[in-house]
Design a binder for this molecule. Structure first.
Ligand SMILES: *Cc1c(COP(=O)(O)O)cnc(C)c1O
Length: 219
């Protein structure tokens, strides 16, 4: 089993340019699988459930960079604030406030991405461009000293239609350009998953979140 995992990983990792960050999405997968990839040199792992993330982070090496990629409830921020290295899924001012507060308690600055809604489906979380830029211009945001917005994140519609995915990725890139006018250091674009990461990289993604192509299908 671990041979297949290593093969999958090496295939994916070698297809990604060096300046693009590979987030290995290990949600639902056992710690043993993470250890296998750790031994191959992978250090960045993405999870979407707090309890699982905390448990894995406590059991696995401390130089792993844990990324929270799923919807985050404000009341759970305190559990990950001591160690999280990037939160991809900031989707409200309330949540960002909470992250700032908990980061302060831990004497840290926590890197965050603003999540934008670019897909057709309305089930997915995220800001639209207007909401995101309004947040960055608010006085509340300007007073937050323990968070750093380093870029944007988005998920394209789950479809075979490459043109549609491309259009949605372009939307996210345009949003990032607007965001950069307000925050020049917000350069990251987290876009691309197993089904669409090649396209995402062609379009300018700086961070891809890949689960099933590496770890196999989830139940
Ligand atoms: C699960 C998940 C991924 C990875 O999905 P795959 O299709 O398995 O690569 C990426 N991003 C987010 C936000 C996810 O929840």
């Amino acid at each position: 089993m671990s041979n297949i995992l290593i093969q999958n990983y090496q295939k994916v990792a070698s297809s990604i340019p060096k300046d693009v960050t590979l987030v290995a999405v290990s949600k639902t997968k056992p710690k043993e699988d993470i250890s296998v990839l750790y031994n191959e040199g992978q250090r960045v792992f993405g999870e979407n459930r707090i309890e699982e993330l905390v448990e894995k982070s406590q059991a696995l090496p401390s130089d792993i960079e844990w990324h929270m990629i799923g919807h985050l409830q404000s009341k759970k921020v305190k559990k990950i604030a001591p160690f999280i290295s990037l939160i991809h899924s900031i989707d409200s001012l309330k949540l960002l406030n909470e992250v700032n507060k908990e980061a302060k308690k831990n004497e840290r600055i926590i890197d965050c991405l603003l999540q934008f809604h670019i897909a057709e489906e309305d089930s997915k979380y995220g800001f639209n461009e207007k909401e995101g830029t309004a947040l960055l211009q608010s006085s509340e945001f300007k007073e937050m000293e323990n968070i750093r917005i380093v870029g944007v994140m988005g998920m394209a519609t789950f479809t075979e239609n490459q043109d549609q995915i491309k259009t949605e990725f372009e939307t996210l890139i345009q949003i990032r350009e607007k965001i950069k006018e307000l925050l020049p250091k917000a350069t990251e674009i987290s876009m691309g998953m197993s089904g669409d990461y090649t396209l995402a990289i062609q379009q300018g993604s700086t961070m891809v979140r890949i689960g099933s192509t590496i770890f196999g299908h989830r139940n």
